[in-house]
Write a protein that binds this ligand. Structure first.
Ligand code: TPP
Ligand code: MG
Length: 573
């Protein structure tokens, strides 16, 4: 076959791979159907001077999407998945939602039915639209280059998010009149969006922070994405301001060892209001607000009390002032704009201001030191309960802190123990930590696969996951085994959906509603007593069960070359 240019004909799927090569991805994740075979087969076509792209098969579409999410975060490139028609995309929605809320760039390619059977099929774009930045179904094969360039451009441009492209499968084998790309020229637009926010507005923001007696800072995912720990830390120190992380942060947005860090925002309306209410000004930096409390009662007032002034800086205009009025609201690159706020504070401060800020910061860091000492004392106490004491989730966090070599990436889905995993470990950078901000469970085992493929031997990847969460996609281990990935999975097994048990109690306290059947058997996982060791072994993964405190102090061998695949199942936590 030759094209009108007289060059060898190329197929639609070859055009698709032009774009994957252009952005530099090394892996495509998916679950095959007949529709996808031509696309998958595209990974077998070798390109001169290009690294090979590999297909990573998974046993469920949500595993594939989760793996793409981890790969994107681990590599800094978009994650790519190839999903089957209707049920395929439907299965992948949970992690697509997590990626959407966590602002992870994923390009979802979905092989639609044959173009002449479309009327018999479902509207794939309608399924995916609400969880993506852009969703489109290719109408004719010649549209592929335009659509692929737009898809990657959109996914990668901040605010990064998933995009969705449905391709009737016959288009992937159709000939298209597109020549081989010139490797010296880009195929995808890379938008340089690192613009500093308006200087005047940043000065005003600095002025309001300086005037406030006790300003408070909330660090959201925008801070971690911009790599702005240092800049935000400098501002917090300058102001003597406590820094909270946004609820459901998908990265570590402030150093866990900073004496100014207060952990994530509280989880109830009452506590959240009390926290914000103690300050007259709050600076919401890179803050992505999302359903952070279980019960919201309108009559008890907004989560941020009305008399608290809200100041915003973000590179995502949608998130700025999404749920409250920003009195000063600046759109701009966070890393570049923060130093201008600090400079304004510095410029505007009188000698008296400087002395006041210094004293405030001393008091704040003294409180932080007292908090750290109390945490150390608590940790010592829970670790001194005797070798036979049953393990607690917090012991797992403590052991990881003591035994895990740096650099590491923690993928945290230890639902009711998630705070300890954030607080006990010493993270060095925002990307040392991942959580699925949508809260759709079953994200961490799949995401760990993507992280490990992206990071290879440069980092130890540890997945800490609740038993309930692990049971969503234990067949992730099939891919772990197939790809020989050294991932340490720690299943924190409390034999229940503990968060939900606590949630029912919280609803009872707030709404005065109590379930008729208070045994809540459907929130318990004791029977059958699932053996995670057997489950892991079934997929070829080495595993051991750790019941007692004394057993948890031995250094794990996972991550070492001798023991490439290991799982720890911690029971009776
Ligand atoms: C896909 C999905 N289904 C259901 C839920 C509701 N849910 C929230 S927490 C939870 C239980 C988590 O249990 P486990 O992983 O064992 O953690 P634990 O609370 O016991 O620490 C469930 C089922 C969810 N968030 N996502
Ligand atoms: Mg549990």
């Amino acid at each position: 076959l030759v094209t009108t240019f007289g060059v060898p004909a190329r197929r639609g799927r070859d055009v698709v791979y032009d774009y994957l090569h252009d952005v530099g991805v090394r892996y495509v994740f998916g679950v095959p159907g007949t529709n996808e075979v031509p696309l998958i087969d595209g990974t077998s076509v070798l390109r001169l001077g290009r690294e090979r792209i590999e297909y990573v098969p998974c046993l469920h579409e949500n595993i594939a999407v989760g793996a793409a999410m981890g790969y994107a975060r681990g590599s800094g490139l978009p994650g790519v998945v190839e999903l089957h028609v209707t049920p395929g995309i439907a299965h992948g929605i949970g992690n697509l939602y997590n990626a959407y809320k966590s602002h992870v760039p994923i390009v979802v390619l979905c092989a639609q039915q044959h173009s002449e059977l479309l009327l018999l099929e479902s509207d794939l774009v309608q399924i995916a639209r609400q969880f993506t930045k852009w969703a489109h179904e290719v109408r004719i094969p010649s549209e592929l280059p335009l659509v692929m360039q737009r898809a990657f451009k959109e996914a990668m441009t901040p605010p990064t998010q998933p995009v969705f492209v449905a391709i009737p499968w016959d288009f992937t084998i159709a000939t298209v009149d597109v020549p081989e790309p010139d490797p010296t020229r880009p195929l995808v637009t890379r938008v340089c969006s690192a613009s500093t926010g308006d200087e005047q507005a940043l000065t005003e923001l600095g002025r309001r922070l300086l005037q406030a007696k006790t300003p408070m800072i909330v660090a959201g995912d925008g801070v971690g994405a911009a790599g702005a720990w240092e800049e935000l830390g400098a501002l917090a120190a300058q102001l003597g301001a406590p820094v909270y992380s946004a609820s459901h942060s998908s990265r570590m947005n402030f150093p866990s060892r900073s004496l100014r860090w207060q952990g994530e925002l509280p989880q109830t309306q009452k506590d959240m209001r009390a926290t914000f209410g103690a300050h007259e000004v709050v600076f919401l930096c890179g803050y992505n607000s999302q359903a952070p409390v279980l019960v919201f009662q309108h009559e008890h007032g907004s989560l941020i009390p009305a008399d608290v002034q809200q100041l915003y800086l973000h590179d995502d205009p949608w998130e700025i002032g999404k749920n409250g009025v920003g009195e000063v609201a600046v759109l701009g690159d966070i890393k570049k704009s923060l130093p201008l706020i600090s400079a304004a504070v510095d410029r505007l401060a009188t000698e008296a201001d400087r002395a006041r800020l210094k004293a405030t910061d001393h008091a704040l860091t003294d409180q932080g030191a007292a908090r750290a000492a109390a945490q150390t004392a608590y940790r010592t106490a829970i670790c001194s309960r005797g070798a036979d004491a049953p393990l607690m989730g917090e012991n797992v966090a403590d052991a990881l802190d003591r035994l895990l070599p740096k650099p590491f990436t923690i993928v945290n889905e230890a639902v009711s123990d998630a705070a300890a995993i954030r607080q006990y470990l010493d993270y060095s950078a925002p990307q040392d930590y991942f959580f699925g901000a949508g809260g759709s469970l079953g994200f961490s085992m799949p995401a760990s696969i993507g992280f490990k493929l992206a990071l290879r031997d440069t980092r130890t990847v540890v997945n800490v996951v609740g038993d309930g969460s692990a049971l969503f996609y234990p067949h992730t281990w099939w891919t772990t085994f197939k790809r020989d990935l050294a991932i340490l999975t720690i299943v924190v097994n409390n034999h229940q959906y503990r968060t939900l048990v606590r949630g029912v109690a919280a609803v009872g306290a707030v709404c005065d509603w109590h379930p008729t059947d208070d045994k809540l058997a459907y929130l318990h996982l004791e029977s059958p007593a699932t053996s995670f060791v057997q489950l892991a072994s079934a997929f070829g993964i080495a595993a051991e069960r750790v019941d007692r405190l004394g057993d948890s102090t031995q250094r794990s061998r996972a991550g070492s070359r001798r023991s490439p695949r290991a799982t720890r199942s911690c029971s009776r936590s």
